[in-house]
Design a protein around this ligand. Structure first.
Ligand SMILES: [Zn+2]
Length: 501
C-alpha cells in the first residue's frame, strides 16, 4: 500500500506572550526543524515522536511511504496566518502531487489555534479532505493535551492520543495509529463516538504518574479490548486555550457503533467520577523554596521544583525569574535552576569567558506585565554550545541545538541559561553545563510534568511551585472570552459563562 505521512504540531496557549511565526517552525524548538520530502525520514529517525513510530511500523508492514512535511514549534500563542498558510500549503501541494494513495497519516497535536482559525487542525483536515475526498483512509495521532473538536472527528477516520504524561509513548502512539490505518486500508469501517467533558484539568494534575490520571490511562487497554471496540483515547485537553471546544474529551472507534458509543460513555463517567481528585495541590514560590530547603537538608537526593507557570512546553517564555529570585533570597544551598531563556546573557557570558563576572539583568525580556529582569553580579561558571543528545525517556534521541548556553551563579544559586526556549525535561540539559543534577540539593525546572520522566527517579520529592508566570495553574486567573458556556474552569469549580463581547 502507498501511504502519505506528515506532521504539523503546535500547542497553542492563547494567553501566552508570543506567537509562532514561520521562523519558529523553520528553526524548530526542542524537536526537529521543519522538514520536507525524504528529509522527514532523516530528521525523525530514532526520535520519540509519533511520526517516527508510524514510519517504523509502516515500513515493517512493507508499505511504500510518501513523505510530506513535518513541522513543530515550541508551544506559544497563536500560529501566525503566514506560518499556517505556508506549512499547510506545502503539505497540500505534496499531497496533490502524490498519486495512487491508499492511506494518509498525520502527526498533529490537536491544540493548534491560528490567528484566523480557532481549530487549526480542523481547518487543515478540511482542506485535506477537499483535496483527497471522503474515502481515503486518514488517521491522525494527537497529543494527550489535544482539545478534540467535532470537526477533527468528522474529517478524519480515526484519532488516537498519547496515554502518558510525561509523553514517553509518542512513538508508540504512532505505531497504534499505523495499526488503525492498516485496519481501515483493509476495508473495515469504524464507527466514531466523541464525548466532551465539562471541566478543565490543570496541566500539573493530568500527570499519568500520579492519580487519578494514572488509573484512568491504565484502564484504556482493557476498555478498548471489548468486542466491537477498536480504539479509545482520553485527551486531558489543553486548558490555556481560549476557544469554544477547549477541554478534556473521549473519542472511541469500533466496528460496533453501540459498543463504541458505550465505551466512550463509560470512560466519560469514569473521568467524571474523579473530577475532584484532578484539582491537585501546589505551593507558592516562597513556600516551595522553604519546603525544599528543609527537606533537602536531610535528604541525599534532590528536591525537584516545577516552575510550572512559566513552562515553555505550554506557552511560557522560559524567562521569568520569580523562582530564581526566591531561591537567592532564601539562600538555597546546592540549588540549580534552568533553563532560563536569555540569548543576550548567554552571548555576554561567552564573550566574557568562564570565571568572569557579569553585571546584568537576567531573564524577563518577553515584556510580561509585572516581570522585571533579575539584576545582579553573575559569575560565569561554565559555557556550552547547546549541542547535545538527550537520553531521558521523554526527549530520548532528540538532538538539541539550544544555541550558546551558560551556567551562571548568583548568590550561590546556579542558573542554566539557553539561547533557545526549551523545557528542562532531560538531565542532559544540565550535564551539558557540567551539572550533575543528582549531586544538587534543589533542582528547579521550567516544566510542568515532562521533567518527571527523567527527574522523578532521582528526586527525593517533586514539588509544584506557583511562581509568577504566564501560565497559571489556577484557570480562574485566565480571562476566557470564547470558551463555551457550562464548563467548570477548575475541577468542581465555577462555570464558564460563554463568549464575551
Ligand atoms: Zn502534551
Amino acid at each position: 500500500m502507498k501511504i502519505a505521512v506528515g506532521g504539523f504540531q503546535h500547542e497553542t496557549n492563547t494567553f501566552a506572550p508570543s506567537k509562532a511565526d514561520f521562523q519558529a517552525f523553520a528553526k524548530g524548538g526542542a524537536w526537529p526543524a521543519l522538514s520536507r520530502g525524504a528529509e522527514v525520514f532523516e530528521v525523525l529517525a530514532g526520535v520519540n515522536l509519533p511520526c517516527a513510530g508510524f514510519i517504523e511500523e509502516a515500513r515493517a508492514g512493507g508499505h511504500q511511504l510518501v513523505p510530506l512535511s513535518w513541522a513543530a514549534a515550541t508551544p506559544s500563542a497563536h500560529v501566525t496566518t503566514d506560518a499556517f498558510e505556508r506549512i499547510a500549503g506545502q503539505i497540500l501541494e505534496d499531497l496533490k502531487a502524490a498519486s495512487g494513495l491508499d492511506g494518509l497519516y498525520l502527526d498533529l497535536h490537536g491544540a493548534m489555534v491560528t490567528e484566523r482559525h480557532e481549530d487549526g487542525e480542523g481547518e487543515l483536515l478540511r482542506r485535506i479532505r477537499d483535496l483527497v475526498g471522503p474515502d481515503l483512509p486518514l488517521v491522525v495521532s494527537l497529543d494527550l493535551h489535544a482539545n478534540v473538536t467535532p470537526a477533527m472527528v468528522e474529517l478524519s477516520d480515526a484519532l488516537v492520543a498519547y496515554r502518558t504524561y510525561p509523553h514517553v509513548d509518542m512513538a508508540v502512539t504512532g505505531g497504534r495509529a499505523y495499526r488503525l490505518l492498516a485496519t481501515l486500508m483493509g476495508g473495515r469501517k469504524l464507527a466514531k463516538a466523541r464525548r466532551a467533558l465539562p471541566f478543565l484539568i490543570p496541566l500539573t494534575s493530568g500527570c499519568s504518574l500520579i492519580e487519578p490520571a494514572q488509573s484512568l490511562y491504565d484502564s484504556l487497554g482493557e476498555r478498548e479490548s471489548l468486542p466491537g471496540v477498536a480504539s479509545l483515547s482520553f485527551s486531558a485537553g489543553f486548558s490555556p486555550a481560549d476557544i469554544w471546544h477547549c477541554g478534556p474529551s473521549v473519542v472511541a472507534y469500533g466496528e460496533d457503533p453501540a459498543a463504541t458509543a458505550r465505551a466512550a460513555a463509560e470512560l466519560e463517567q469514569a473521568v467524571l467520577a474523579e473530577e475532584a481528585a484532578f484539582a491537585g495541590t501546589i505551593m507558592s514560590a516562597e513556600q516551595a523554596v522553604a519546603h525544599a530547603i528543609a527537606v533537602s537538608g536531610k535528604a541525599r537526593r534532590p528536591v525537584v521544583l516545577a516552575d510550572t507557570q512559566d513552562n515553555p512546553g505550554a506557552g511560557g517564555n522560559g524567562d521569568t525569574v520569580g523562582l530564581l529570585a526566591e531561591l537567592v533570597r532564601q539562600r538555597a544551598p546546592r540549588a540549580v535552576i534552568g533553563l532560563i531563556f536569555d540569548p543576550v546573557a548567554a552571548e555576554r557570558a561567552h564573550a566574557a569567558g568562564e570565571g568572569a563576572t557579569l553585571e546584568i539583568g537576567l531573564g524577563a525580556h518577553s515584556g510580561l506585565a509585572g516581570h522585571a529582569p533579575l539584576q545582579g553580579a553573575y559569575r560565569v561558571k561554565k559555557l556550552g554550545d547547546g549541542k547535545f543528545e538527550c537520553t531521558g525517556p521523554f526527549y530520548r534521541g532528540a538532538r538539541m541545538a539550544l544555541g550558546p548556553m551558560a551556567l551562571l551563579e548568583l548568590g550561590g544559586v546556579e542558573v542554566a541559561v539557553a539561547s533557545k526556549k526549551a523545557q528542562l525535561a532531560d538531565r542532559e540539559m544540565l550535564r551539558h553545563l557540567g551539572v550533575d543534577p543528582e549531586d544538587r540539593g534543589i533542582v528547579a525546572v521550567k516544566s510542568s510534568v515532562h521533567f518527571r520522566a527523567d527527574f522523578q527517579p532521582i528526586a527525593e520529592q517533586v514539588v509544584v511551585a506557583a511562581a509568577p508566570g504566564p501560565n497559571p495553574v489556577d484557570h480562574l486567573q485566565l480571562d476566557y472570552r470564547l470558551l463555551r458556556p457550562g464548563v467548570r474552569l477548575m475541577p468542581s469549580g465555577p462555570l464558564s459563562t460563554g463568549p464575551k463581547a
